[in-house]
Design a protein around this ligand. Structure first.
Ligand SMILES: *Cc1c(COP(=O)(O)O)cnc(C)c1O
Length: 466
């Protein structure tokens, strides 16, 4: 399969090259040239498959030519073996026709493990084949960094450097990154904010001359196609368990960068009978304003109780725009050319988006109430991100008869402060395999917000290792 850029100018690439490339050279994002489609009968035949078998069926059409079936099966097997629930993505019923899809049983307790465990395995396999060793560099405000580190810690052909803003990530999140004791994992605490970290990574990708000979940088952020692809699987998995393809199923998704919910959109395009996809946002509500009133005015970032959704510009939205504009890269490039004026979608495009997407904004005070209500009615503990998805579903769902699946993107113990605001007397224990998180030794380099110092440190570590 070939992959093309959403801006229409960059060369098309194979699956392997797409995975090992970040942004397209024209500034766009890679998407499949044509999307594989499953018939109703094919989807019916997937009922009863376990998670890994289903992942193989969904992912196989995308990798055509670059991985053999056996290689793909092995990669998928290695990606999901560290999950702590045998169902990988269990469904829990929370109301008459409402389910929570628990996506937090991976190594770092957030759904990002689904994509980053697979991405690490894909990197390692493709790089070994090519005899290449690369450097993964990324910035994180929390969840992505730890999931990327867990995904890459055992990869022989990768060194990984993750920058986080010094003293500005939660203690659980920091320890999940800094207590990983692998020779190829390097944590940098930058004396700056998250934007400074991101700018540092951008500048490093733009000029990679600081790296030792033969090395290059590879991205793990959510613009990487493989991350989206991995996330399509659990939409099929949940829907099949609730009666698809004979039953329409709907989803509510706590949304930040639009990667997770875009995977749901792709599942629908591939044939899964989904009627409604709900974009659930916190106070950083640009996507909600976009869908409800065509308002794309950026507003200052608000720090909320659901920090993994504190995002001003959702990069993966561009992939949806590409589809809505009839896969016309030039039209997308024009739409996004002048970032100084807010984008304006045509009424017909907006109408097409609204056929699939609804949206809802839930603020911090309501988030806390929802966590409290869910616990008092059923003793089920919601993390703040999941609470937003659950409440959004209740506010804007179109059908009470069709099942509604709320994606649970994180384990409540990952955000204990928010949960404690709702339930001050409730203990929120870490899962058994993380009980010793507070005793583990941390490894982290604190560096000033200066490009040359970060580059010197990286170059020194990379030369020492090779
Ligand atoms: C990353 C993240 C989100 C947002 O997902 P996107 O794909 O960026 O929309 C929501 N919840 C949690 C816990 C996350 O880590």
């Amino acid at each position: 399969m070939k992959f093309v850029s959403t801006r229409g100018e960059a060369p098309s690439l194979s699956f392997a090259d797409t995975v090992l490339t970040g942004l397209a050279s024209d500034g766009g994002l890679y998407v499949p040239e044509t999307l594989p489609k499953f018939t109703r009968e094919e989807i019916a035949s997937m009922a009863g498959l376990d998670y890994e078998q289903l992942a193989f069926r969904i992912i196989q059409p995308f990798v055509g030519g670059d991985l053999s079936d056996d290689e793909l099966r092995e990669i998928i097997g290695r990606s999901y073996k560290h999950f702590r629930h045998r169902a990988i993505a269990p469904l829990v019923q929370t109301d008459t026709n409402e389910w929570v899809l628990e996506l937090f049983h991976g190594p770092t307790l957030a759904f990002k493990d689904f994509a980053l465990q697979l991405l690490g395995q894909l990197f390692d396999h493709l790089l070994k084949k090519r005899g290449e060793r690369v450097v993964v560099m990324g910035a994180t405000s929390g969840d992505t960094g730890s999931a990327a580190i867990e995904g890459c810690r055992q990869c022989e052909n990768i060194d990984i450097f993750i920058l986080h803003p010094h003293n500005r990530v939660s203690e659980v999140q920091r320890r999940q990154m800094t207590t990983v004791q692998s020779g190829n994992v390097f944590n940098i605490a930058l004396e700056g904010n998250f934007d400074d970290c991101q700018n540092m990574v951008k500048a490093s990708f733009a000029d990679q001359s600081f790296l030792p000979d033969g090395r290059r940088l590879v991205a793990v952020n959510s613009i990487n196609w493989a991350r989206i692809m991995a996330q399509i699987v659990y939409y099929f998995y949940a829907a099949l368990r609730l009666g698809a393809p004979n039953q329409m199923v709907n989803f509510s998704v706590p949304t930040g960068n639009f990667g997770d919910i875009f995977a749901g959109y792709l599942a629908r395009q591939m044939g899964l009978p989904i009627d409604q996809l709900i974009i659930a946002t916190n106070a950083n509500d640009i996507l909600h304003r976009c869908i409800s009133s065509n308002d794309h005015t950026p507003k200052p970032l608000v720090h909320s109780l659901s920090p993994s959704m504190d995002i001003m510009v959702s990069s993966n939205f561009e992939r949806l725009l590409f589809d809505l504009y009839g896969r016309d890269g030039a039209a997308v490039a024009e739409l996004l050319a002048d970032r100084s004026v807010p984008m304006h979608l045509s009424e017909s495009v907006l109408a097409r988006a609204r056929e699939v997407f609804s949206s809802c904004r839930i603020d911090d005070s309501r988030t806390i109430e929802v966590i409290r209500e869910a616990f008092s009615s059923s003793e089920y503990l919601l993390d703040p991100h999941t609470a937003i998805g659950v409440e959004a579903a209740r506010q804007v769902r179109r059908s009470d008869e069709q099942p509604m699946v709320c994606l649970s993107t994180a384990h409540p113990a990952k955000f204990p402060d928010a949960v404690a605001q709702a339930l001050p007397k409730q203990e929120i224990p870490l899962p058994a395999h993380m009980q010793d998180l507070w005793q583990r030794e941390e490894r982290c380099k604190i560096l000033p917000n200066e490009l040359s110092q970060v580059h010197d440190y990286m170059a020194t570590m990379l030369s020492a290792g090779s």
